[in-house]
Design a binder for this molecule. Structure first.
Ligand SMILES: [Zn+2]
Length: 317
């Protein structure tokens, strides 16, 4: 599963100074402004090989940021995987035992199953249960434009538009292989005020992905009035896009055989003009685009049975 053909332009920051944390969970800190306001969290390294989130949390922590309203939590999630990151084999450290971002249902978290990732998820769950707004920072296998994943609810779309960047918002319900942290509990309950976003910043190790992470995290914290606007203005380097649009995902293509192959070297965000165009074969089965102008979202190189190979979407608004 190595993705060694993309250069590693980023350096994984040493996060060991943050091990102790301040709330009894390692690598998680909460700062309390002691004034009213939401509890806002930014999380990084849910996947251990995705460096941009660690870089932006390290940036915020080195700048001693404190919330001006409510509470701010900064957390490094799959630390064990992250600490195994090796620039010589950069794809190898996505997880230790299993994908941390497929465990976020009560059924799985409260099962008697165990793994390095489940242990960590159960630890950090105590804090995830408390936050009102979560931004989970990720990156992608291929160098494509950044995508803000707002989940299946309208409230996610509203929050994505309030953040104001990047241009592409993806409305989606996740993967068959399990529930993502951004889709945990009240985050997908339309009647709850709790809300979450997942930002896919760019290619895992590209310098640009760290710039996007910083930009979107600052805009997120700004939109929720957590940080001093002067700090945000000082560190924002890019103008917001002229407009955002929503790509509605209609479902993942879940791999059913041990022989899944794309017919082309898709990288993501290709628009396939005609419905019924073959984009892959899964064993004997042809995978066809379901409608005209179908957008291919995050085609994977991890083509294993039960996982998502790609997601289909259309530009909704
Ligand atoms: Zn990820």
């Amino acid at each position: 599963m190595s993705n060694g053909d993309y250069p590693v332009e980023l350096e994984a920051p040493d996060i060991s100074p943050y091990q102790k944390g301040n709330i009894g969970v390692e690598y998680v800190v909460t700062f309390d402004s002691k004034t009213s306001g939401p509890h806002v969290m930014v999380s990084a390294v849910v996947h251990g090989n995705e460096l941009c989130g660690a870089i932006v949390l390290d940036f915020l922590l080195r700048n001693d940021v404190r919330p001006v309203n409510g509470k701010l939590t900064l957390g490094f999630m799959n630390v064990a995987a992250y600490q195994s990151f090796d620039p010589a084999d950069p794809g190898a450290s996505r997880f230790v035992d299993e994908d941390f971002n497929r465990l976020w249902s009560h059924q799985v978290l409260e099962s008697d199953r165990d793994s390095a990732e489940l242990k960590r998820a159960r630890e950090v769950r105590t804090i995830i249960d408390q936050v009102d707004y979560l931004l989970d920072v990720h990156s992608m296998q291929h160098p494509t434009v950044p995508l803000l994943l707002c989940g299946p609810r309208v409230k996610g779309q509203r929050l994505a538009r309030a953040v104001g960047a990047p241009m592409h918002i993806v409305a989606d319900a996740g993967h068959s292989a399990g529930t993502r942290m951004r889709d945990y509990g009240a985050f997908v309950d339309e009647s709850s005020h709790k809300n979450s976003l997942l930002i896919e910043c760019g290619q895992h190790w590209s310098a640009a992905s760290a710039d996007v992470a910083k930009d979107v995290v600052l805009r997120f914290l700004g939109s929720l009035e957590v940080l001093d606007p002067k700090f945000i203005d000082q560190h924002l380097e890019h103008a917001p896009p002229p407009m955002q649009h929503i790509i509605q995902v209609t479902g993942p293509v879940t791999i059913e055989s041990n022989h899944f192959q794309f017919v082309d070297d898709f990288r993501g965000m290709e628009i396939i003009p005609k419905a019924g165009t073959i984009i892959a074969t899964d064993g004997e089965k042809a995978i066809l685009t379901p409608y005209d102008n179908c957008v291919l979202i995050m085609p994977s190189r991890r083509l294993r049975k039960g996982e998502s190979a790609v997601r289909f979407g259309y530009v909704a608004e």
